[in-house]
Design a protein around this ligand. Structure first.
Ligand code: CA
Ligand code: CA
Length: 215
């Protein structure tokens, strides 16, 4: 009987969590740390009252942010890169401070000259420095699920220790499009779970519908 009570409490707690309205991450509320062995040069700072994370140089950083990704989960953020075009731009979900190059299924890249080389990751766009401010609404739950305790923000440029800049603004992880603080771009297009080999093309198609220039 005690066991049963515990289950009820646990499920009520989970229901409360899943119905919570998403909110933008305020980076000033988190400690920003170097991730794995990839915080090599440059800096991580905040702007826009904490709602923008600004990376410079060649650095991957993480914040301890708990999330549970289900099949309906959405990752929203506005991205802008300037300066030298970097090798990788992206956001990853992780459970520890390390990664395996051939097992990056919870990594989402939106651009960079090396993004297409990482076949184990999800490639959602071919953003190039100077493309301006672009808002992404990525149905990450179609690509992976699970519980995570950190978010990783990636500006990778091993060839140039300085000169690249990337900013991530209004980042949110929502249980569903309806729970997002970001209003959905017009006519969001859902993609069914693709096979790994096929999903690059499908993802670009989805992002083409969801990619939205911000004035
Ligand atoms: Ca890891
Ligand atoms: Ca690199």
């Amino acid at each position: 009987m005690k066991f049963f009570t515990k289950i009820l409490v646990a499920s009520a707690f989970l229901t409360g969590l899943s119905s919570a309205q998403a909110a933008f991450i305020n980076f000033d509320d988190y400690t920003i740390s170097g991730y794995a062995n990839q915080d090599k040069s440059g800096s991580a700072t905040t702007s826009d009252a904490g709602f923008t994370l600004d990376l410079a140089g060649n650095t991957w950083v993480d914040v301890l942010f708990n999330s549970t990704i289900t099949s309906t989960s959405i990752l929203n953020f506005t991205f802008e890169a300037t300066g030298l075009n970097a090798e990788l731009y992206g956001i990853a979900f992780d459970t520890d401070d390390s990664y395996v190059y051939n097992d990056m299924g919870t990594f989402s890249f939106v651009g960079g000259s090396q993004a297409s080389e990482i076949t184990s990751a999800n490639i959602f766009d071919n953003y190039t420095s100077g493309d301006g401010s672009v808002s992404y609404s990525i149905n990450v739950g179609d690509f992976f699920t699970g519980a995570f305790n950190r978010l990783v923000f990636i500006l990778d440029n091993d060839a140039n220790a300085s000169g690249s800049f990337a900013s991530f603004t209004n980042v949110e992880v929502c249980d569903s499009a309806a729970a997002c603080a970001t209003s959905a771009p017009s006519a969001p297009t859902a993609v069914s779970s693709p096979t790994h080999l096929g999903f690059i093309g499908l993802s670009l198609f989805a992002i083409a519908a969801l990619r939205r220039k911000v004035k």
